[in-house]
Design a protein around this ligand. Structure first.
Ligand code: ZN
Ligand code: ZN
Length: 540
């Protein structure tokens, strides 16, 4: 009996995984499998869907136009959660899940235990590698697996998964828990954390020895494109431009930006991504590997200048050239049929309120002193200080300790706050996050708020702005709202087995991960709520 059990254990632990690997490897060798050498997932931070077409006439033939020509575009891909911010978007694409389940409730949130805000990738137990910071980052706050984790599990950790981005969250969340490496930027250098490795690989150290700012933008950031058709987005910019002498006009960009705040940040990231492919020998083994790249610079450019700015246009025209180069590299490295590539975004972005106002479109700016003013009114009414302890991701966090001291009921406080905030122009809804299922909010907004509410990490009260409204200044742009300008993202697939075409069916951001899982014949991530995009998988 005992030896029988031993035999079974031996089979399960030693022989079975080996047989499984053999089956996987043979399929690859026999070319019977549909699995590619590598999956390259790319996210462009703040890329709106309409950017695929807005500058179409000025794109070359080998970049975005090639994607539309040779790839399959899911034209109505929508984010399924709000807040539509970077960390939530990156986590959702690679987990096929939403903040309510995957735990990534915002770029940061108020931690009730620590009594302070924490970052989505904060981890005081890991150390910085390649920089002087005292502590570093990890995916510890992510509560589910990613598609990369499932790929690693499916192949007994033989598949390699690497992720790269300027932003830490743009690399760490897509890489998942078991990534071989995740790299992000610190002062024009790529760094990582002791969560992944004790020191940077040699190829990364070598990459960091180059002064990329000097190499890529020796003359700063000058537009290659005429900008005389451009209409400035607000009065301040006009004043700024008028402050220059005639011979110096037109002024571009409107401020001086460092490498990562320019389109050259994309070139820099893609150059590092290529080195990572070479360094890790991705796509060159028996098993399918994965590279996740996130291009962060477009987000900074959009925030600063607004979505209708010449700076954003210049970013996409240059990105188009970078993509053309990158596709040529992938073709050469893996063969046109050797890889599957997809491009998407973590969120979109609205027009600048200044620009909207100038053009008589609905907009406005809510005061950034909203919570301070609210607390003053609450203190007068309930005689307790600071009843709202934090405001993040459009949600108010109630101060439970003060509520207890004052013996205040949650419902009373919520109704009072709702009545008070709804006096503000620009506030559309105020609801208790725990009662969202009964809230009178139309779909799809209601489901997005429910999906975005994490019971442990989100705030208590949801504050929804009117369309076109922003908090703070009328300048630049922002994102985080449920509205289509923030939630409608591009999704285009290209490569092995992908037939050219498009669909206008509504598809969710959460559908990307299960589709990759179906293509690779592996398990969906552990918190996945999406569905397979059958137009991609069945279109063979
Ligand atoms: Zn973002
Ligand atoms: Zn942003």
């Amino acid at each position: 009996m005992k030896s029988n059990i031993r035999k079974r254990i031996f089979f399960l632990l030693i022989v079975f995984p080996f047989l499984q690997q053999m089956a996987f490897a043979q399929k690859v060798k026999g070319k019977e499998t549909q699995t590619p050498k590598i999956i390259v997932g790319m996210m462009v931070d703040q890329m709106r869907w309409d950017y695929l077409y807005k500058y179409k006439a000025r794109y070359g033939i080998g970049g975005i136009n090639r994607l539309i020509r040779e790839g399959f575009s899911c034209e109505n891909t929508m984010i399924k959660h709000a807040p539509t911010v970077t960390a939530c978007g990156h986590a959702s694409v690679y987990t096929g899940s939403v903040p309510a389940i995957n735990g990534i409730a915002g770029n940061d949130w108020y931690d009730r235990e620590w009594k302070r805000f924490i970052s989505n990738v904060e981890d005081s137990t890991s150390k910085a590698v390649g920089s002087k910071s005292t502590y570093s980052k990890s995916p510890n706050n992510l509560l589910v697996t990613t598609i990369g984790d499932e790929l690693r599990l499916a192949t007994q950790f033989q598949s390699k998964v690497v992720s790269v981005s300027i932003k830490d969250r743009g690399a760490i969340l897509p890489g998942g828990h078991t990534a071989n490496g995740a790299f992000w930027n610190n002062g024009n250098k790529f760094v990582t954390s002791s969560y992944y490795m004790e020191q940077l690989p040699d190829w990364a150290i070598k990459f960091n020895e180059t002064d990329w700012q000097k190499k890529l933008m020796p003359n700063g950031w000058n537009t290659l494109y005429p900008i005389n058709t451009y209409k400035l987005s607000n009065e301040d910019d006009k004043e700024y431009e008028n402050s220059f002498k005639d011979e110096e006009k037109p002024v571009f960009p409107h401020t001086k930006a460092g490498l990562t705040g320019t389109p050259f940040g994309n070139t820099f990231t893609l150059e590092f991504a290529k080195r990572a492919i070479e360094g890790y020998k991705l796509g060159q083994g028996v098993y399918t590997d994965m590279l996740a790249v996130s291009l962060s610079s477009p987000d900074g450019i959009g925030h600063q200048f607004g979505t209708t700015s010449v700076e954003v246009e210049d970013n996409y025209l240059r990105l188009d050239k970078d993509l053309e180069d990158f596709f040529i590299y992938l073709d050469k490295k893996f063969g046109k049929d050797g890889y599957i590539y997809f491009i998407t975004a973590d969120h979109g972005g609205n027009q600048s309120p200044g620009f909207l106002q100038e053009n008589k479109l609905p907009t406005g700016a809510l005061s950034d002193k909203l919570v301070k003013d609210l607390n003053a009114v609450l203190e007068k009414k309930f005689e307790r200080p600071k009843l709202v302890i934090a405001f993040a991701n459009g949600q108010l966090y109630l101060n439970y300790e003060e509520m207890e001291k004052g013996n205040l009921k949650r419902d009373d406080l919520v109704s009072f706050i709702a009545k008070e905030l709804k006096k503000e122009r620009g506030v559309l809804y105020v609801f208790d996050n725990e009662k969202l299922s009964g809230a009178t909010i139309p779909e799809p907004a209601k489901s997005m708020f429910i999906n975005g509410y994490n019971a442990k990490r989100s705030g208590d009260i949801l504050v929804v702005k009117s369309a076109g409204w922003k908090i703070g200044s009328m300048k630049g742009t922002s994102h985080s709202d449920w509205n289509p300008y923030d939630s409608h993202i591009p999704l285009v697939w290209m490569g092995k087995g992908i037939k050219p075409g498009k669909t206008n069916r509504t598809i969710g951001m959460t559908d990307i991960a299960p589709t990759v899982a179906a293509m690779l014949q592996i398990q969906m991530p552990s918190g996945c709520i999406g569905e397979v995009i059958t137009e991609i998988t069945d279109n063979k």
